[in-house]
Design a protein around this ligand. Structure first.
Ligand code: MLT
Length: 410
């Protein structure tokens, strides 16, 4: 008899973004003429940088000639891309990472979920609340939680609130935790962590033999020069942190798929007998067994991000989306809405007008404004009463969206 992984039945709701999609398609089926603007899922809209497209074309041509054809590549990624990352993404910020500590993959969402394969079931996991739902759901699937309560919080997870009340600065947990997810710039709140905040968490992890999963997928959006881009800018972080990075949001690769995860060689976890076990060989083993690498043309496209033309083009893209965020912020503020984020991140986090429930406000914006955002409570109980708007869209749609928002709340 084939039995199933019963932990899946604990998942409280559908994954957030498909659930939004479901509600939007129900609405559009009933209102086929509505021109709906989607600022829900953080998916890019602008075309790939020309440098990446040219590199991808050339790589496709390489594949058409016997001498330059490539079959299976290294599971961990081609040396050319791993080296380009080390030299361009880390070195200029004073961070030493070795090329063989970088593992190329098809996405940070996948990696932040897959990483759980190599950690024991009994780890106590801390997440921020609100939080990128992947961190929670993958732990539920892996059997690290009990059932969800009425507020949607799972028994066994430690939730650290990050709300306006604490200025979106997470306090260290009262109880000891083993695995800690930090996402900065933050999804969904669009806020950033100062060097002092990150140092506190690194010190905590060092003192408690904990490991930090640092999701830096939105790092390219940091405009404040004081804010660290990598957890490894904090002294001692190499011993306690894994960093996840992506080409999705800086270079528009959400449909192209390329990301990377850094596992320092010093990083260890404990065996059941209390000995230190390096994490790097475990992840390498997992990656080689379950993954065949990102395709050659895509890795060439990713490499092109680091050329001078690539850098100039991605900077323009990032500036474009940040200007969108600024337009959203300004437009909402002028309508009397309290807004957060959107300065060092492509997400604007807002208080729902009149303290409306997040899903109620979602329905109101959709039905009256034909505008889609993401309900804060979809990211966790502490997100109730908040709402997220993504800055990933065309300028025209952003301007329209702001007008519609003002009309709905006005
Ligand atoms: C989102 O929060 O909109 C998601 O980040 C999309 C994603 O998985 O990248």
């Amino acid at each position: 008899m084939a039995t199933i992984n019963e932990h899946y039945s604990k998942l409280a709701a559908g994954y957030l973004f498909p659930e939004i999609g479901r509600r939007v398609s129900a609405f559009t089926q009933e209102n086929p003429d509505a021109n709906v603007i989607r600022l829900g899922i953080g998916d890019v809209t602008e075309p790939l940088p020309a440098a990446c497209v040219a590199a991808m074309h050339k790589a496709v041509d390489d594949m058409s000639v016997r001498d330059s054809f490539r079959g299976y590549g290294p599971e961990q990624g081609y040396e050319f891309l791993r080296t380009a990352i080390v030299e361009n993404a880390f070195k200029p910020r004073g961070v030493e990472v070795a090329a063989d500590e970088v593992f190329i993959s098809d996405g940070s969402k996948c990696d932040t979920g897959n990483i759980l394969d190599i950690f024991g079931e009994d780890n106590i996991v801390a997440v921020m609340d609100p939080v990128y739902p992947v961190y929670v759901d993958t732990n539920v699937m892996a059997g690290r939680t009990g059932a969800a309560g009425i507020d949607g919080r799972y028994e066994g997870l430690v939730y650290v609130p990050v709300t306006a009340e604490n200025d979106f600065v997470p306090s260290l947990p009262d109880e000891p935790v083993d695995l800690i997810y930090l996402c900065y710039p933050n999804n969904p709140t669009g806020t950033v962590a100062s060097r002092e905040t990150l140092k506190q968490w690194v010190d905590y992890a060092r003192a408690h033999d904990a490991i930090i999963f640092f999701d830096a997928a939105y790092e390219a959006y940091i405009t404040d020069p004081e804010i660290p881009h990598s957890i490894y800018e904090i002294e001692g972080a190499r011993d306690v942190a894994i960093e996840f990075r992506s080409f999705s949001k800086n270079a528009g690769f959400t449909g192209t798929r390329c990301a990377y995860t850094v596992i320092p060689k010093e990083l260890t976890g404990k065996t059941s007998t209390g000995e230190d076990q390096p994490i790097h060989p475990l992840w390498n083993r997992r990656h080689c067994t379950k993954f065949n690498g990102v395709s050659y043309p895509i890795q060439r496209a990713a490499e092109a991000v680091f050329t001078p033309e690539g850098q100039q083009q991605i900077n323009e893209l990032i500036k474009f989306y940040l200007t969108n965020a600024e337009l959203i912020r300004a437009g909402l503020e002028s309508a009397g809405i309290t807004v957060y984020g959107g300065v060092n991140a492509p997400y604007v986090w807002l208080k729902t007008p009149g303290g409306a429930g997040s899903w109620d406000f979602f329905d109101q914006l959709l039905s009256k404004g034909h505008l889609v955002g993401t309900p804060g409570s979809g990211f966790g109980a502490a997100g109730e009463g908040y709402f997220r708007l993504s800055a990933f869209n065309s300028r025209e749609n952003i301007e329209q969206a702001v007008e519609r928002f003002q009309r709905v709340v006005g």
